[in-house]
Design a protein around this ligand. Structure first.
Ligand SMILES: Nc1ncnc2c1ncn2[C@@H]1O[C@H](COP(=O)(O)OP(=O)(O)OP(=O)(O)O)[C@@H](O)[C@H]1O
Ligand SMILES: [Mg+2]
Length: 366
């Protein structure tokens, strides 16, 4: 039985094929190597990644194979000029010189094994309309909700001045890397490397992985945020970014990749006024934020009134979570599955699932 999730290589040049096979072994990837167009044609529509060399690409083109995503050309050092033309003609996303770009191919193959290119994950950015609005708490609740439902959630802390998302989850003593320890060498990182390096926990079949700030050093670089978000997306995870109100470069990098942007607004007049500025910052970057209104409403302000005052769509509202501060202080934040936070989180997850993916970030190798 042929595994439809196996990446395929059609590489005519033997030394190059050797290199590709070594790279696949390093990636733990069971690469299917084929030696003719008929064989590659059978897997063309289903393989999560196709690797060709120049000679093979010429044969595929002559055979009229349709354009597809996740197609790369490999070449020896200093690709011949016609290879670039071929890459454009066949719609390859990249020319990979071996052995120089070996690490890129290792992580591309590792990703391809983790998730077929069709199962890309979604990205949500959560901002607070004012300081202390409840954005970080909602980010954590979203992660817990996704993993409780059997999904994989990747929480990305983009707030350089926050106390750290790990602290919200009561995970600040858990082993694993934080932002200042994570030195990303390339623009691409495999989700499996993140799972291995970062603190995480399992909820049944689901998994929650946290990339937190560390209460030291500076915040993450925007390129690093972009690489991590793309990695989670490629692996089919739900990526949940805690974005500071002032955005900053790191927050903007997350925002620009989000399929859904949420502003948490407490049901207070002053919060609405402050949230207008936050909303403006996000719309200036082309986002269409949705509002999540959080109680209590000391003056009786209704959720739809809050959203209306911001001129933004209301996604959901939630009553205050009982005993939240005690559980946060004890480091035992586990929202009740039937409580207001979990209920709101489920609605957000549902909305995210039905939201169209962000058009510019679908590219599997970006
Ligand atoms: N769902 C909720 N129900 C009741 N209280 C909440 C809720 N969410 C947040 N809070 C209260 O607001 C406080 C701040 O929450 P949180 O740290 O999530 O806000 P934030 O928007 O991330 O703030 P910051 O501006 O510091 O990033 C919590 O410690 C808690 O007291
Ligand atoms: Mg916060």
């Amino acid at each position: 039985v042929v595994d439809p999730n196996r990446p395929v290589a059609f590489v005519a040049d033997e030394p190059l094929l050797d290199d590709v096979q070594k790279v696949a072994a390093a990636a733990g990837c069971d690469l299917e190597c084929v030696s003719d167009v008929a064989a590659v044609r059978q897997r063309w529509g289903t393989a999560p990644l196709v690797v060709l060399d120049g000679a093979a690409a010429a044969l595929c083109q002559d055979a009229g194979l349709a354009r597809r995503e996740a197609l790369v050309l490999v070449s020896p050092p200093v690709p011949p000029p016609q290879l670039w033309q071929q890459a454009v003609a066949i719609g390859a996303e990249r020319v990979v010189e071996l052995p120089e770009a070996e690490s890129w191919l290792v992580s591309a193959l590792a990703d391809a094994v983790e998730a077929p290119a069709s199962a890309v994950g979604k990205v949500v950015a959560v901002l607070g309309g004012r300081g202390g609005a409840g954005a970080s708490v909602l980010t954590a609740a979203l992660g817990i909700t996704v993993s409780r439902a059997g999904g994989n959630a990747l929480l990305v802390d983009c707030d350089p001045l926050g106390g750290g998302l790990d602290l919200v989850l009561g995970a600040e003593t858990e082993e694993g890397l934080r932002w200042p320890d994570l030195h990303l060498r390339s623009g691409r990182i495999a989700a499996s490397s993140l799972h291995a390096a970062l603190p995480g926990r399992e909820h049944g079949a689901g998994r929650l992985t946290v990339l937190s700030g560390a209460r030291r050093g500076t915040g993450p670089e925007p390129d690093a945020v972009a690489a991590v978000v793309s990695s989670g997306r490629r692996a089919g995870e739900t990526v949940i970014c805690d974005v500071p109100r002032h955005l900053g470069d790191a927050g903007a990098a997350a925002l620009d990749r989000a399929d859904l942007v949420i502003i948490v607004v407490p049901a207070e007049v002053r919060a609405c006024v402050a949230a207008r500025l936050v909303a403006q910052l996000t719309t200036d970057r082309g986002a269409t934020p949705h509002v999540v209104v959080r109680g209590p409403a000391p003056g009786g302000l209704q959720a739809d009134e809050v959203a209306e005052s911001l001129n933004l769509p209301l996604l959901t509202s939630m009553r205050p979570e009982p005993h939240l501060d005690e559980s946060l202080d004890r480091g035992e934040f586990t929202p009740r599955p039937t409580g207001p936070l979990s209920r709101a989180a489920k609605e957000i997850v549902h909305t995210l699932a039905t939201t169209h993916p962000h058009p510019t970030t679908l590219h599997p190798a970006s």
